[in-house]
Every structure is written in structure tokens, then in C-alpha cells.
Design a protein around this ligand. Structure first.
Ligand code: CTP
Length: 401
């Protein structure tokens, strides 16, 4: 959440300027306060009135009109902001920032501010590929600006290619990332998420209700905090939260993927809802309905976290327990049996907990039996709470063998 964060959004003159209106709405929805600076060209594409109405704030367009009271606009905005965002950013504003040109309110404000800044280039494919623009984007990165990769797709000039403004949700996520302190910088974290599917035949499988949201929230939160995240995911409908994602289907595939990657990890968080059993045999062809009764024979899947627990060394191992009864007793037992450092217990029956929700109600238990019950919170907040506990264990010298 961006609650209370003050964002100054610079809008420059490209066709994607209309998407900046959606961005303002999304930021306000996240609890941010937004002030908008528009260049003269931006106003050819979208009106200041639109931005004023959506941001519920005065829109800044001119160097020489006083801001609130007698403040000097570019200095006042530089002081006001927790972060600056330019979306869309044209080749022109990028060129100005990297060459030290300050000839309008936006470029002058950029010169006067030293806050975290995200720049979202959007332009025609050939302009973006122009070596001068590419060199300038490289300079921006060297200067410490966060620069979003332009998206590929249909461009306004009827061609397809790279140069689109990324989706609003992706820009909001990049702003969250920009504003999150990197207190897990470089920590290698392996996370598993989602359900597994155990095929009966080419068209049917056994699975569970896991949506992957908790594991994806953990990957998102860890990435925002600077961790080097590898996500091993069962089938989900969620957009990938990190680049390093390994997609698997069955518990056995997940077992293999975890075994291939756990060695390099310092922290392993097993949020996946792994199927405990799979069909003893998978039919090569579709099973026909020619029998009156059909029994399925199931066999055990490997217990992935128990296997890691046997070889974990000083890695921090975190498991989950989803229960419908005797939450704490069952979870505590799993922690011991599988040699975890922490277990995150949640009861499917709690309001706001469970598989497909965006919230969770978790209790975190450590090896010493310390039990912390946290109230209902978003899955991202729950993820941060779990990562805070992981960090404490690492500060004390890492997990127990
Ligand atoms: N887990 C695993 N491999 C399995 C089953 C579970 O790694 N084959 C992990 C889950 O990712 C979770 C933890 O073990 O972190 C506990 O999972 P859960 O399903 O609650 O417990 P089980 O040990 O499977 O016990 P039960 O199903 O009897 O409650």
C-alpha cells in the first residue's frame, strides 16, 4: 500500500499521456497523495482539468505561476515528494534530464529534486531504439534513476513493437518497489507457491483450492525488499511477480525443481499447497465411462519440505500449515517433524483467511514455541511480517541445523 505517500507525477507529451489519468486513479486508490506536473505538449493529449479532478490537487503546468501561497513551484514540489514518477517519459524529457537542461517546470523540478525517481519511457519503436535515446536511458540508470522497461505491443502509429507504456498495475508495483527499503538486499530466497496438479489422464487431474496468492505475495514483498528471489510455482492464473520463475505442474516436478535450486538459497519458504497423493498410474488416453464404479488408487508424493529439513544446514526454512482444526497443535507438530525454523499457521475457517482471498489471518510459530497471532491483513502485509521474522533469525546467525 502507498498509504500517505506523496507522489509527484510528471506527464510529458506522448499518446500514452491518457494512461497517466488511470495511473493517478490507481495511486489514489492505493492511498497515495498525488500532484501532477504537465508539460505543454502533454496538455495537447489530456487536459489539466482531468488530472486535477482525479488527483484532487492543483495541477502544475507553468514555471511562472506561484504554487500554494508564495512557494516557488519547483522547489516546493521537490520538497513535497516522497517519490517522483515520469509517465509517460518522452525522448525529449529523457534527453533534457541527462543533459542538464531545465527549460520548463518539469525539467527544472527534476533538476532541483533528489528523491527516488521512476522514469517510464514510452514512444515509437524507432525512437526508442535510436542510439541517442538508448545512451540516455543508460545514463539515467547510471545516475541512479529507476527506469521501467517499455512494453511491447501495438503502438499508436499502427505498428507493433517495443515502446508502449507498461500497464498501470506494473507502474504502481514499480513505485512500491522504489519506496521500499532494501533491507533484504541480495539475500537468496527460494519460494514455492500455488497448487500442484496430479494427472489422472490427459484431460483430468487432482488438485486443491490454492490460488498461489500467498506465495506470490511473498515473492513480491521479498523482491521489493531487494532479495534475489527464485519462485517455483504450480499452475496459477497470477501474473509473474519476479523474472526468475520456474513453472511446474506435479508435486514430483516441484520436488525436482526445489532439489535443483535449494542449495544456493539462504532462505526457503514453502507456501505451495503440495498434493500429498497422486494417482498410482496416469492413463495415456482419456478414461472412458464404461464402468459402473471407478476406484482411484493413489500413492504418496514426496514430502518436499521434510526432505529439505533433513539437509537444510543453516538455511532458514519456513513452512505453512493450513488446517481446519487444532491449528496450533498441528502446526507446532509439523514444525518439529519437518525441522522448520518457522511455521505459518492459518485456519481455513477464519474469516479473511484461506485460498482465494487477498487477505490472510496468520499465526507464526518459531522453534522455541513462541507463537504470534496476527490479525487479518493483506497477503502482502502477512508476507512482510513473515520476512521480518526471517530477517531476525538471520541476524541471530541463521537457521538451526
Ligand atoms: N509440503 C511439502 N510437500 C508435501 C506436502 C506438504 O513440502 N508433499 C509442505 C507444504 O508446502 C507446507 C508444509 O509442508 O509448507 C505443510 O503442509 P500441509 O499440507 O499443511 O501438511 P502435511 O504435512 O501435508 O500434513 P496434512 O496434509 O496431513 O495436514
Amino acid at each position: 500500500m502507498l498509504t500517505g505517500k506523496k507522489i509527484v507525477l510528471g506527464v510529458t507529451g506522448g499518446i500514452a499521456a491518457y494512461k497517466a489519468a488511470e495511473l493517478v486513479r490507481a495511486l489514489i486508490r492505493q492511498g497515495a497523495q498525488v500532484k501532477v506536473i504537465m508539460t505543454r505538449n502533454a496538455q495537447e493529449f489530456i487536459t489539466p482539468l482531468t488530472m486535477q479532478t482525479l488527483s484532487q490537487n492543483q495541477v502544475y503546468t507553468d514555471m511562472f505561476v506561484a504554487a500554494d501561497k508564495f512557494d516557488i513551484a519547483h522547489i516546493a514540489l521537490a520538497e513535497y515528494a516522497d517519490a517522483f514518477v515520469i509517465a509517460p517519459a518522452t525522448a525529449n524529457i529523457i534527453g533534457k534530464i541527462t543533459s542538464g537542461i531545465a527549460d520548463d517546470l518539469l525539467s527544472t523540478t527534476m533538476m532541483a529534486q533528489d528523491k527516488p525517481t521512476l522514469i517510464c519511457p514510452a514512444m515509437n519503436e524507432k525512437m526508442l531504439a535510436n542510439p541517442v535515446v538508448q545512451e540516455n536511458i543508460g545514463k539515467l540508470k547510471k545516475l541512479g534513476y529507476a527506469v521501467m522497461e517499455s512494453a511491447e505491443g501495438e503502438l499508436a502509429c499502427k505498428t507493433k513493437g517495443k515502446g508502449r507504456l507498461p500497464d498501470v498495475e506494473e507502474i504502481v508495483e514499480a513505485i512500491e518497489n522504489l519506496l521500499t527499503p532494501k533491507d533484504l538486499k541480495g539475500v537468496k530466497i527460494l519460494i514455492t507457491a500455488g497448487p500442484t496438479e496430479e494427472p489422472l489422464d490427459p484431460v483430468r487431474f487432482i488438485t486443491n483450492l490454492s490460488s498461489g496468492k500467498m506465495g506470490y505475495a511473498l515473492a513480491t514483498a521479498a523482491y521489493r525488499r531487494g532479495a534475489d528471489v527464485t519462485l517455483i510455482s504450480g499452475p496459477t492464473h497470477l501474473p509473474p511477480p519476479v523474472e526468475n520463475i520456474i513453472r511446474v505442474r506435479t508435486a514430483r516436478d516441484m520436488f525436482q525443481a526445489v532439489m535443483d535450486h535449494y542449495n544456493k538459497a539462504e532462505v526457503i519458504i514453502k507456501a505451495a499447497a503440495v498434493a500429498d497423493y497422486c494417482p498410482s498410474e496416469t492413463a495415456a488416453e482419456k478414461i472412458k465411462k464404461d464402468k459402473k464404479n471407478l476406484s482411484l488408487e493413489l500413492k504418496n508424493n514426496p514430502d518436499i519440505i521434510a526432505e529439505i529439513g533433513r539437509h537444510k544446514g543453516h538455511r532458514v526454512l519456513v513452512g505453512f500449515a493450513m488446517e481446519t482444526q487444532n491449528l496450533l497443535a498441528n502446526a507446532g507438530e509439523k514444525l518439529k517433524k519437518k525441522n522448520m525454523d518457522l511455521i505459518v499457521a492459518n485456519n481455513l475457517r477464519d474469516e479473511g483467511a484461506g485460498f482465494r482471498t487477498d487477505t490472510n489471518v496468520i499465526t507464526i510459530i518459531d522453534r522455541g514455541g513462541k507463537t504470534e497471532s496476527l490479525g487479518k491483513m493483506t497477503k502482502i502485509e502477512a508476507a512482510d511480517a513473515i520476512l521480518d521474522r526471517v530477517q531476525k533469525i538471520m541476524k541471530k546467525g541463521s537457521g538451526k541445523k
